[in-house]
Design a protein around this ligand. Structure first.
Ligand code: HEM
Length: 399
């Protein structure tokens, strides 16, 4: 019964594995009700197939402002947002319209065309790193600035102000700040973007946001609110996610010298290694939540209408039905069907960009700094157990 629901563990005991509790749910209670650590309750789904079903079933809404959307950060209710709905929170047909308006900016072809510029950005940051003092924090020197600069250039947001939005994106994903502080951070970011978009509406620049202005004008009029929500979502999603995968991936490869040697010998293997790293860490699992709009039965358990569900996608990515020997980090396996980017209509819009960035970063970093190693004992690293998106706070390296 609800009274006896066990509390969901949301911090990892082992940095490279889901909490033992989630793996037990996967084995024994694939769909189960839990108490959330900061109050209220939700369902969790741990099996790969169930997660795919929920993420692609229209009987679930993606609306995070639903009163019963699972709340992990101590909010007492849906709260006030300064923003109109983001595509992440929309259902069909509204969602499809919002996504189609921008999908052309994220095709595999468009991303491939960005490669030379991304390579240049990575090289410039490595030049600076090599010319500077050692040890250096790889998060500040490479992992955060590369995706940050890339998303700023793509959107047309001036990178000079990166301190401002890097701090604000990190805050929005931090679980240790109060709901009021989070709301404040989100309001400040919204005010900043509001001004920026107004300028682009006056004088559309040749970047994603400027092109959206022109396209909307051709279609009858500019929807300022839609542009604001889009800019907000892309700026947040484009920052911390890829940055955390760069630092975690570097760390993981440094810990697995055989894998690293295989990549050095054949850089063609990096794309596969990136998929395995994404599967292994599943950093954004707590971004995936839904609310049932009707009673939905999954493997004999009914999630009642109106109740929230969290996808334990890190456990789902270790489902033995799908991934043999799932706990083993194996860059040679075919991990492409993992759930790290979600599944169904909301599957990550920026996944091709993230893949290109990760591949270029790992290939270039280990080629240019073959002697790269950790500058502190691994036990001293602080992992982001306090954030919605998993990662490492600092990664001191030397060579
Ligand atoms: C959606 C993960 C990078 C933009 C998602 C979702 C996940 C995810 C799990 C689905 C959420 C859900 O179903 O509710 C990741 C990971 C990344 C990454 C692990 C890096 C390794 C990026 C980047 C961008 C981006 C670089 C932007 C350039 C988005 C957007 C959505 C989304 C716009 C919402 C799509 C929709 O609602 O239709 N991401 N993401 N992501 N992601 Fe990413």
């Amino acid at each position: 019964t609800a009274d006896s629901a066990e509390t969901l563990q949301i911090t990892r005991t082992c940095p490279y594995a889901p909490p033992e509790q989630h793996l037990r749910f996967l084995r024994e209670q694939p769909v189960t009700k839990v108490a959330l650590p900061k109050g209220s309750e939700a369902w969790v789904a741990a099996r790969y197939e169930d997660i795919r079903t929920i993420l692609s079933d229209p009987r679930f809404t993606a609306d995070r402002r639903h009163p019963n959307a699972p709340r992990l950060n101590g909010e007492t209710g849906p709260g006030e947002s300064p923003l109109p709905k983001m595509m992440l929170e929309m259902d069909p047909p509204e969602h499809g319209q919002a996504r189609r308006a921008v999908i052309g900016e994220f095709t595999v072809r468009r991303m491939a065309a960005l490669r030379p510029r991304i390579q240049q950005i990575v090289d410039e940051h490595l030049d600076a790193m090599l010319a500077g003092p050692r040890p250096v924090d790889l998060v500040r020197a490479l992992a955060l600035p590369v995706p940050s600069l890339v998303i700023c250039e793509l959107l047309g947001v001036p990178y000079e102000e990166h301190d401002f939005f890097q701090t604000h994106s990190a805050q929005l994903l931090n679980r240790t700040i109060t709901p009021q502080e989070r709301q404040h951070a989100s309001l400040e970011l919204a005010i900043y973007l509001d001004k920026l978009i107004r300028a682009k509406e006056e004088d559309p620049t040749d970047d994603l946001l400027g092109r959206q202005v022109i396209k909307q004008r051709e279609n009858g009029g500019v929807d300022h609110g839609a542009l604001l929500s889009l800019a907000f979502l892309l700026l947040i999603a484009g920052h911390e996610t890829t940055a955390n995968m760069i630092s975690l991936g570097t760390y993981m490869l440094l810990r697995h010298p055989d894998a690293l040697a295989a990549l050095r010998e054949d850089p063609g293997k990096t794309a596969g290694a990136v998929e395995e790293l994404l599967r292994h860490f599943t950093i954004a699992e707590f971004a995936m939540m839904r609310v049932a709009l009707e009673d939905v039965e999954l493997g004999g358990t009914v999630i009642p209408a109106g109740e929230g569900v969290l996808m334990l996608a890190n456990a789902g990515n270790r489902d033995p039905e799908v991934f043999a020997d799932a706990d083993t980090f194996d860059i040679e396996r075919d991990a492409r069907s993992h759930l790290a980017f979600g599944f169904g209509p909301h599957q990550c819009l920026g996944q091709s960009l993230a893949r290109v960035e990760l591949e270029i970063v790992f290939n270039t970093l280990f080629r240019r700094i073959p002697g790269l190693r950790l500058a502190v004992p691994a036990e001293q690293l602080e992992f982001k157990d306090d954030a919605t998106v998993y990662g490492i706070h600092e990664l001191p390296v030397t060579w």
